[in-house]
Design a protein around this ligand. Sequence first.
Ligand SMILES: [Zn+2]
Length: 354
Amino acid sequence: MSFKDIVGQEGAIKILQSAIKNNRLSHAYLFVGPNGVGKGLTAKTLAKTLNCQKGDIDSCDKCRNCIRIDLDKYPDVKVIEPTGTSIKIEEMRKIRREASFKPLEGKKKVYIIQEASAMTQPAANSLLKTLEEPKGEMLFILTTSNIHGLLPTVVSRCQLVRFKPLSVKVIGDFLTKKEGMAKDEAYMASNLSEGSLGKALRIAGPEEKELRDQVIDLIAKTSLEDIDEVFKTARQFTQDRDQIPFILSIISSWYRDLLVFKESQDSTSLVNIDKKEEIQREIEKYSKEEIEETISLVLRTIDYVKRNVNPQLAIENMLLKIARHEYTRTEKQRAKKQNTNKFTKICVQGEIND
Ligand SMILES: [Zn+2]
């Protein structure tokens, strides 16, 4: 991939290309932004551009060097990733030893440290020493989604480049044009992806689609009578903690869709556009105020989970409240029906008495 193929990060790429063009490249960059928005890809493309045989402000993607860098088989470009959950000191010591040598083949030695906040404290200190003695032919590119997880001294040694979440349109268009996805499916995944192309691609995969179906199904059948069963299923969903924000975003998108459709009857802006018929059925049951109340409830739950409230408890509490809403709503409807029956009876009797 070349810079011209990377979507939605024009600002970041412009900074890098302008630095190459004017020969003002920093010796260390820190790419900061959410996961799945192109930080790793941009880092690799920068490494390719600097070692490309065509030598311009973008990689040709075809020369021997570009191809070998893509395959991680080029001696002067190294990608370091966390093993398990951390990047250990041994890796950094190795880099420190290598740093004293010139590039073996290329013009620039490039070290890409992915998710650099996973460095252990000794690893970060070792890197810091290397950064403090910059060598002309070396470039460090650190990437992270959590800048606060890095030593401030490491951050201060790097030039910061920010990566934005991608827009719904950028991701939707990418999925339809490059991945050949149907438009509805592409925009559903894009809407739920929080601006991450990587996440959108996962959401469009069969496992996540199945999970979305199950979560929507669970929400639709949540009631006080079945609450034990509902809790049981919810516990299965929340076993994988990394999955919880996605599950909550499905629930919030579902109620948001009910509100949008209730208000406008316009299906083009639905997230779960493939579930239009179910949405149409569901909105018959609720008033606008009831949906708004549930959306606030879901947003509060998302906030609790972000603030480290026990996610299982927060979700069960939310489901219980949804079930109670459901109970109150059906009770009200039942009472209304009974009253209507009584009223009809009185009217009919009235007619007879007349
Ligand atoms: Zn090339």
